[in-house]
Ligand binder design. Structure first.
Ligand SMILES: *[C@@H]1O[C@H](CO)[C@@H](O)[C@H](O)[C@H]1NC(C)=O
Ligand SMILES: *[C@@H]1O[C@H](CO)[C@@H](O)[C@H](O)[C@H]1NC(C)=O
Ligand SMILES: *[C@@H]1O[C@H](CO)[C@@H](O)[C@H](O)[C@H]1NC(C)=O
Ligand SMILES: *[C@@H]1O[C@H](CO)[C@@H](O)[C@H](O)[C@H]1NC(C)=O
Ligand SMILES: *[C@@H]1O[C@H](CO)[C@@H](O)[C@H](O)[C@H]1NC(C)=O
Length: 269
């Protein structure tokens, strides 16, 4: 058995975009959700019409998937919503949810509800709970020590007039518990996902083996013009290790997609 490190490719993709072009940010968050396996593990599909920005006091606006400490995510965050364009309607009622989607590879039975507010509205670009019902008030993450990086996903759903929650979710002050998010959305007749984002929290050192997330699919960024700085195309990995990072830098008008793919091919001879 001979193990050969065959490929070490570092394709660097620069994507030009308007600094405040939310359509680029929407492409980016879709790619993040796929990369973090939130699609399809949590959401079957993800086609948001707006950008959701999570802001914790003392931390600021989060980037997608940002890793935070338990202390940083203790206080209730503020949630900003930015429509993709002026034809997106952000009037009316919405439902805001935050769930712990556990580590990559977890199944739906491991989803935990940390926040559930019905009848929130968007006011001055922010989610307002001024006339909301807090079914579950925000409860800061507290993943078990050594259980790996948990994915905390904040999702805003359309809440149409026909919204009718199941009786066990119609009263405020429910504590944190396991949650069938998609069952709830269907049973209460919530509408489409308007926007979502996520962060991660890990406590202690992981003692479990977390499967690697897949690389960002650059095909999801197809509507943006892409030039490769290195001239190489993305290598496909035979997957002993892969790592992808997608960083949207709104300030510098540049979407930087850095993708490092290390493929180690084992050959028997
Ligand atoms: C970006 O913002 C500037 C000013 O803040 C505005 O003039 C411009 O129209 C915006 N562009 C887009 C694509 O939203
Ligand atoms: C506005 O954004 C929505 C959601 O991304 C999209 O479906 C729609 O085509 C966009 N409309 C225009 C005029 O760009
Ligand atoms: C679900 O979570 C429990 C701990 O609460 C863990 O032992 C189990 O491995 C998880 N299952 C999956 C499929 O992630
Ligand atoms: C609104 O959110 C604040 C925290 O930001 C909380 O203290 C308050 O109880 C919430 N009110 C309702 C009705 O959810
Ligand atoms: C929005 O929610 C409030 C309850 O807070 C309710 O009175 C109102 O009818 C709802 N509006 C719509 C359009 O569903």
């Amino acid at each position: 058995m001979i193990v050969l490190p065959l490929i070490f490719a570092l394709p660097v993709l620069f994507v030009s975009a308007q600094s405040n072009d939310t359509s680029v940010q929407i492409e980016a968050i879709e790619a993040h959700f796929t990369q973090a396996a939130l699609v399809p593990e949590l959401l079957a599909t993800f086609d948001p019409s707006s950008i959701l920005t999570i802001n914790f006091d003392g931390v600021g606006d989060l980037s997608p998937g940002q890793s935070l400490t338990q202390d940083q995510v203790g206080p209730t965050p503020t949630i900003k919503i930015t429509a993709a364009n002026s034809s997106v309607d952000l009037t009316g009622n919405f439902t805001l949810a935050m769930v712990d989607a556990d580590v990559v590879g977890a199944d739906e039975s491991n989803i935990t509800r940390h926040w559930l507010e019905n009848s929130v509205i968007i006011s001055n670009g922010q989610v307002s709970n001024s006339s909301a019902t807090a079914i579950t008030s925000y409860a800061g993450p507290a993943p078990a020590s050594g259980s790996g990086p948990h994915r905390y996903v904040v999702i805003l759903y359309q809440q149409p007039a026909s919204f009718s929650p199941p009786s066990d979710f119609s009263q405020p002050n429910l504590g944190v518990s396991k949650f069938d998010l998609n069952g709830y959305v269907k049973d209460s007749q919530l509408g489409a996902v308007v926007a979502a984002n996520y962060f991660t929290v890990e406590v202690g050192t992981s003692t479990v083996s977390i499967s690697a997330t897949s690389a960002v699919e650059s095909s999801t960024l197809a509507s943006i013009s892409v030039t490769t700085a290195s001239g190489s195309t993305a290598a496909s990995s035979t997957s002993s290790a892969s790592n992808a990072a997608l960083i949207l830098n709104a300030g510098s008008s540049t979407l930087f997609l850095g993708m490092a793919v290390l493929a180690v091919v084992a050959a028997s001879m």
